[in-house]
Design a protein around this ligand. Structure first.
Ligand SMILES: Cc1cc2nc3c(=O)[nH]c(=O)nc-3n(C[C@H](O)[C@H](O)[C@H](O)COP(=O)(O)OP(=O)(O)OC[C@H]3O[C@@H](n4cnc5c(N)ncnc54)[C@H](O)[C@@H]3O)c2cc1C
Length: 177
């Protein structure tokens, strides 16, 4: 998909009239990883890691997040979990302490489908519908509070969109005189 209009999806060389778009494309890591000599990648292009989240075969390099071939990679929650695990192991290696084995952490899934309906999967608990939607909203608010002051977090929560503070760098160019 290269461009989305209000009532059509424009693909390479064709346009499809629709008001409903369901994206089912898979995700692959960037080919950059596979291009590095000596680095082993899996079939999704992710870097193979050892028990400590280091690149297999190179104990000087850690890899985290979407690029790491771990059980739950592809989720922001995993990237954050990985970051903490790698940071702890880097400190341990600087201090000459034995490294800690990396334990993958199952993320929570809360997938909104349109307005006021979501599928929430928290371990063995599967909640669908409005209750799932409420859980998603609660999760959103918890996250907003970790990165925004209270008033802004409430605004983003109520408006359901991000607040972009425009600086000189990304402000639109003034119209030509
Ligand atoms: C539409 C969408 C919705 C999602 N929703 C959720 C969700 O609800 N919950 C969830 O847990 N996860 C979600 N994810 C997945 C989540 O965004 C990723 O798993 C997470 O961002 C991975 O983090 P990362 O640090 O590995 O990579 P990224 O967040 O992709 O960070 C990589 C960074 O590297 C930078 N970069 C790339 N190339 C270079 C270069 N050559 N030089 C310098 N910098 C470079 C990029 O600009 C980027 O900032 C979603 C993803 C998408 C696309």
């Amino acid at each position: 998909m290269v461009r989305e209009e209000l009532q059509e999806v424009v693909l390479k060389g064709m346009a499809i009239k629709t008001e409903t778009v369901i994206w089912t494309a898979g995700v692959r890591a960037h080919k950059f990883y596979g291009s590095i000599p000596g680095i082993e990648t899996d079939k999704r292009g992710r870097v193979s890691v050892d028990d400590f989240l280091r690149v297999k075969g190179d104990d000087r390099l850690f890899i985290i997040g979407d690029g790491a071939g771990t059980m739950y990679s592809g989720m922001a929650q995993t990237a954050i979990h990985d970051g903490k695990a790698a940071a702890e192991n880097i400190i341990r290696s600087i201090n000459g302490v034995a490294l800690k084995i990396y334990r993958p952490k199952q993320p929570y899934y809360a997938l909104p489908v349109g307005q006021r309906w979501a599928a929430a999967i928290v371990g063995a608990l599967h909640i669908y519908g409005y209750a799932g939607w409420i859980l998603r909203r609660v999760a959103d608010m918890r996250y907003f509070l970790t990165i925004l002051p209270l008033i802004k977090a409430i605004r983003v929560f109520q408006e359901g969109k991000s607040i972009c503070e425009v600086c000189d760098m990304c402000a639109p160019d003034p119209p030509p005189e």
